[in-house]
Design a protein around this ligand. Structure first.
Ligand code: NI
Length: 178
């Protein structure tokens, strides 16, 4: 197992559009090792999602694992550990709702971001199958946040009201969890 260093905002490699994963290579030792490193790194960080560019790998893959129940994002729906290769998002309803987001690459900050709340995600699974998920609410926000990393975007870029950007400890002091 290997816990990898997470790039922080300011590192130029967080701003690249990542390369598609060659599906034929999903079960190669290199990709399996990468996924294991991502799982180890995410578990160590206490986060709920991690994209390969955050550990300086130029590939379109992200993992998400949401334990559910009370978390630092409030009381949320669980999602078992899932690996998304080459995910594509389709917005099914462009009505937006906001959540206070945080990011392992932007440590110590929280920002309020509004995003569409009904999406479809199409991706290739670790078993090389094409899968589809229809998601609403917070899970829709989580997917959009993670997959933005594959296009070199951070949630900071999507904040429309900069008065709603805060240090996490101040935010915790002055806001009740959503
Ligand atoms: Ni992030």
């Amino acid at each position: 197992m290997a816990i990898r260093q997470i790039l922080r905002m300011g590192h130029p490699n967080l701003r690249r559009v990542a390369q598609a994963v060659d599906i034929a290579r999903i079960d190669s030792p290199e990709i399996k090792l990468l996924i294991q490193d991502m799982v180890d790194t995410l578990a160590d960080s206490g986060g709920i999602g991690l994209a390969a560019p955050q550990i300086d790998e130029d590939l379109r893959v992200a993992i998400i694992e949401i334990p559910g129940g009370p978390t630092r994002y409030g009381d949320i729906e669980a999602m078992p550990l899932t690996v998304f290769f080459n995910p594509v998002i389709e917005v099914l309803d462009d009505q937006c709702e906001g959540f206070w987001e945080g990011c392992l690459s932007v440590p110590g900050l929280r920002g309020f971001v509004e995003r569409p709340q009904h999406i479809r995600v199409t991706y290739t699974s670790a078993a090389k199958q094409t899968e589809e998920l229809e998601l609403r609410g917070f899970l829709a926000t989580v997917m959009q946040h993670e997959f933005d990393h594959l296009d070199g975007r951070l949630y900071i870029d999507r904040i429309t009201d900069t008065t709603l950007l805060a240090f996490e400890d101040e935010w915790l002091t002055h806001n009740s969890a959503t």
